[in-house]
Design a protein around this ligand. Structure first.
Ligand code: PLP
Length: 467
């Protein structure tokens, strides 16, 4: 029996409806059905690193990609490098049982980059995995190994650290956690940004806290920058009580928020740093956990060196792409560029929010990470307000798509859509992004646009209620 679809066919144009039907049947069907009801299911075609084409022929500016597309899609210097790697590279693909030049180089460069901002990390070490959640799992195991018998891990409201069971335990969202309990015990969830609550909790739990895990700026929580005293206070308390500090820089790190490491820029020196998204250059999955040498040794020292492992982690192609991605971020000064363009973008967003208050409820930004919190969607056909609110992000995505912008869902903040443009998005495209956004907001019935046609809402409601 031959397989139903051969790769050769996929290089040519494919019928969008057929692709969606196959996905709905054999993949995460209801996700595709929701996107289809919103008419944003694609598949999308790449026109340039920063622009896409929808199946109906409309051009979209790509501000999606969940902060994992630092250079957009198929950035030519990265693609040329990968082609060269595949042509000329002689390294084995999965160097689990050997040294590897590519892995060694990325370990070296990541530690050097971190130590540039935090010299005490000059001696740190790196463990590679394949996703953000896995980088968090590694961090969790490092904490357990280094603080045996110390039960509590502190996390924060609206934090997002991934959906594998350990990472999910640290992601306090009922929608994601409820079905999977029991999760890890002894997770102490405190209000994000509240230095006093943290201080009080530590007075109570003191030496029973093994670690605090924190996003220096919350991404999935809706792009929330904490008050200036919050992150430094974590460091201060860590020195007082001896817990470890894990900075989850999976979304904020390597340029997205305008810094190589947002935690360090905002006054917190972590013991463990997790990285993922941009390191893969939008092409390959990578997770990286950087930790002080003594922590790494406690988990992996001596015969324990196989205690934590991953078949694909540290794979040569991923390492090569990670190396090149870091190199491009450095060579093109993308952290700095994200800071400058991000500030300009935020000012434009704030001006739009002031001019169109019926469309925007709030806007926030940190570097090239923007959040648009949209006005509540009124239920025109008797849907419950909770349900309509839940669907708010999805409807926001639809409204932006209509205006020619491909945006990102926000996993931990309802009615919020994020724009995560490439860090190297050319200025004219970046300007056009905000012009299009204004186009969406300027509609005389912007609110109605957000509400979407009743038929769409009915379809969405049916799908939502199936769960
Ligand atoms: C801060 C943060 N941590 C962890 C994760 C999980 O990463 P992944 O989806 O690669 O597992 C994400 C993903 O959005 C994230 O933003």
């Amino acid at each position: 029996m031959s397989l139903p679809i051969c790769t050769e066919e996929l290089f040519g144009p494919s019928a969008a409806a057929k692709v969606r039907a196959l996905e709905a049947r054999y993949g995460n069907g209801d996700l595709i059905r929701v996107l289809e009801a919103l008419e944003i299911a694609g598949p999308f075609e790449v026109l340039s690193p920063w622009e896409l084409r929808a199946p109906d022929g409309r051009g979209l500016i790509n501000a999606g990609g969940y902060a994992a597309l630092p250079f957009g899609e198929g950035y030519p210097p990265l693609v040329a490098f990968v082609q060269r790697y595949l042509r000329e590279g002689r390294a084995i693909s999965l160097p689990q049982q050997s040294a590897s030049a590519w892995r060694a180089a990325l370990e070296t460069n990541l530690v050097a980059l971190l130590a540039r901002h935090a010299p005490s990390h000059a001696d740190s070490q790196v463990f590679f995995s394949n996703s953000g959640a896995e980088a968090i799992e590694t961090a969790l195991k490092l904490v357990r190994a280094a603080r045996p018998g110390v039960p509590y891990i502190v996390n924060f409201t609206r934090g997002y650290h991934g959906k594998t069971l350990g990472a999910l335990s640290l992601t306090p969202n009922e929608e994601y956690q409820a079905m999977f309990r029991p999760l890890l015990p002894d997770v102490l969830t405190l209000p994000y940004g509240d230095a006093q609550a943290l201080t009080d909790a530590l007075r109570k739990y003191g030496k029973k806290v093994a670690a605090v895990i924190v996003e220096p700026i919350q991404g999935e929580g809706g792009v929330v920058t904490p008050p200036p005293e919050f992150l430094p206070r974590i460091g201060l308390l860590a020195r007082r009580y001896g817990f470890l500090v894990v900075a989850d820089e999976i979304q904020t790190g390597l340029g997205r928020c305008g810094y190589d490491f947002a935690s360090l820029a905002l006054g917190l020196e972590p013991d463990i740093v997790t990285l993922a998204k941009p390191l893969g250059g939008g092409l390959v999955p990578i997770g990286a956990t950087i930790a002080r040498r003594d922590l790494m040794r406690q988990m992996l020292g001596g015969l324990g060196s196989k205690r934590h492992s991953s078949t694909f982690g540290g794979g040569s192609l991923a390492m090569a792409v990670g190396l090149k991605s870091l190199e491009i971020i450095e060579a093109e000064g993308l952290s700095e560029r994200a800071r400058v363009f991000g500030q300009r973008g935020l000012e434009r967003l704030q001006a739009l929010a002031a001019r169109y208050p019926d469309f925007f409820e709030a806007v926030r930004g940190a570097g090239m990470l923007f959040a648009l919190q949209l006005r509540p969607v009124l239920p025109p056909i008797g849907l419950s307000p909770e349900l309509v609110s839940q669907l708010g992000s999805a409807l926001g995505l639809r409204a932006l798509d209509r205006a020619g912008i491909h945006a990102c869902y926000t996993l931990n903040s309802s009615r919020t859509v994020r724009l995560t443009p490439a860090l190297n998005m050319p200025e004219p495209v970046f300007d056009d992004l905000f012009r299009r956004l204004e186009g969406a907001a300027r509609q005389p019935q912007a609110g109605r646009l957000l509400r979407a046609p009743p038929a769409t809402l009915v379809k969405l409601a049916r799908l939502a209620l199936r769960g």
